[in-house]
Design a protein around this ligand. Structure first.
Ligand SMILES: Nc1ncnc2c1ncn2[C@@H]1O[C@H](COP(=O)(O)OP(=O)(O)OP(=O)(O)O)[C@@H](O)[C@H]1O
Ligand SMILES: [Mg+2]
Length: 150
């Protein structure tokens, strides 16, 4: 959170590696390791997570499919999360965020309200369990109850 136009989104997207931004000097260390040459998926696998100010809509991919793929991308191929464990974890976090479970079968963020998208970002964070999370203006669009929960 902070004043408009001061570079919050620029900084967070640069750390996550939005190709729009080119780093001219300096380095980015995650647990003492330089991540500056890593593509975005590798950064995510290393435990970096960005809750975007304006989350993208991805028609054709359901929330549940997306979450499971993201979780499994961080696990070894011979130790993927079981459907049971996944659903248990999902239910718990939907409860926590006071989200309707029909949300998980909807396409990722498609047609969602601003506040629903923000809750979805937090749901992703809870499910993926990153080691370092950046929440870019996570408060914007949330109603008073959601803000409290987040
Ligand atoms: N690709 C770009 N090229 C040129 N200027 C840019 C680019 N991206 C961002 N900026 C500028 O950098 C400044 C910081 O923008 P940024 O979006 O990071 O701010 P912010 O702190 O996230 O603002 P807000 O609170 O409105 O979300 C702004 O003046 C913006 O116009
Ligand atoms: Mg911003």
């Amino acid at each position: 959170m902070g004043p408009n136009g001061t570079g919050k989104s620029t900084l967070s997207e640069t750390i996550m590696r939005n190709p729009r931004y080119h780093i001219t000097e300096g380095d980015i260390l995650l647990n003492d390791e330089s991540i500056i040459n890593m593509p975005v998926d590798e950064r995510a696998r290393k435990g970096l997570f960005l809750a975007m100010q304006y989350p993208a809509e991805v028609p054709g991919v359901t929330n549940a499919e997306f979450l499971r793929a993201a979780i499994n991308a961080r696990r070894p191929k011979n130790n993927l999360i079981s459907i049971m464990d996944f659903l248990k974890e999902l239910d718990k976090n939907l409860d926590l965020l006071d989200m309707n479970e029909t949300m998980t079968e909807r396409y990722l963020n498609e047609g969602c309200s601003g506040g629903e998208k923000k809750r979805n970002e937090i749901l992703q964070m809870l499910m993926i369990k990153p080691s370092f999370g950046i929440l870019d203006e996570i408060d914007s669009g949330l109603d008073i109850d959601a803000l409290q929960i987040v």
